[in-house]
Design a protein around this ligand. Structure first.
Ligand SMILES: Nc1ncnc2c1ncn2[C@@H]1O[C@H](COP(=O)(O)OP(=O)(O)OP(=O)(O)O)[C@@H](O)[C@H]1O
Ligand SMILES: [Mg+2]
Length: 258
């Protein structure tokens, strides 16, 4: 059974960085194979993982519209698309990467969209752990990827603005009627104590604070040099916190599946 973790929150808050650090930690604990899903049209998860993405589900969808007439004999449209979706998966050391691309191609229509979502859902179910890196909105969760997640990790910085962005994500989840089993708030790039007003807002919103990841100069340095965060040393302060987050997450996973 797969355990699906979706990562969402404020733009630039550190969703992609934390997605990568979490995957790194899960692999270190031999929790693979993990499927990493880049559900941000401005795809950069591959870059931070150190893997080059080939094609995206968005472009497969666009191509499918033009090539449905070329479906080989004896193959259904679904099988044809499934083959192409499978070929978009990149296999890396211990994890696979799937890039969703743009959520809506110029001419993509409901039939293909629905079929793609079903097929991506089917693919996801082959992995015990799936981590979805989202854009600030949740476009893909409603259209092309699964509408369901076991855990939604909400990433904010330590500003009230960040927290408000997280609250909007929670609203969006309700509006879109997504099926999310549990939520966890992670404050990233923290440089000190969280303000009392921030904490009040956390309580008012009924958010569970899962962890506080400090601002980590090593992350900034690796990023500045274009070095994948998979190479962040285990002793880096952010990596240490992510390790504790992974403990919590694996506990949740085992409870969810028991
Ligand atoms: N804990 C941290 N310490 C220092 N820098 C960090 C930390 N987390 C993230 N960053 C930096 O913040 C920037 C934004 O991070 P990232 O791309 O992960 O955010 P994002 O939420 O995925 O952004 P987007 O909304 O554009 O997808 C990057 O330059 C990254 O290196
Ligand atoms: Mg990102």
């Amino acid at each position: 059974m797969s355990y699906i973790i979706a990562v969402a929150g404020k733009g630039g808050g550190g969703k992609t960085s934390l997605t990568v650090l979490l995957i790194k930690e899960l692999l270190r604990r031999k929790q693979g194979p993990v499927l990493a899903v880049d559900a941000d049209p401005n795809a950069n998860l591959g870059e931070v993982l150190g893997v080059e993405a080939k094609t995206t589900i968005g472009s497969i969808c666009d191509q499918a519209l033009g090539s449905m007439s070329q479906v080989p004999q004896g193959m259904s449209n679904g099988e044809f698309l499934e083959y192409h979706i499978q070929s978009a998966v990149i296999e890396a050391g211990g994890f696979d990467l799937l890039s969703m691309g743009r959520p809506e191609g110029a001419g993509c229509y409901c039939y293909v969209n629905n079929l793609v979502r079903k097929l991506v859902d089917k693919l996801i179910k082959n992995y015990p752990l799936v981590v979805l890196d989202n854009e600030a909105g949740l476009e893909h969760l409603s259209r092309r990827t699964t509408r369901q997640a076991d855990l939604l990790l909400l990433i904010s910085d330590s500003s009230l603005r960040g927290l408000k962005a997280v609250s909007r994500v929670v609203e969006l989840v309700k509006e879109l009627k997504l099926d999310i089993r549990d939520y966890g708030l992670i404050v990233n790039r923290s440089i000190g104590e969280l303000s009392p007003r921030f904490m009040d807002h956390v309580d008012e919103q009924g958010l569970k604070l899962w962890g506080i990841v400090p601002h980590d100069d090593t992350i900034a340095r690796l990023d500045a040099e274009g070095i994948p965060l998979m190479r962040l040393p285990a002793e880096a302060p952010a990596a240490q916190v992510v390790s504790r987050l992974a403990d919590k997450l694996l506990l949740e996973k085992s409870e969810a599946h028991s």
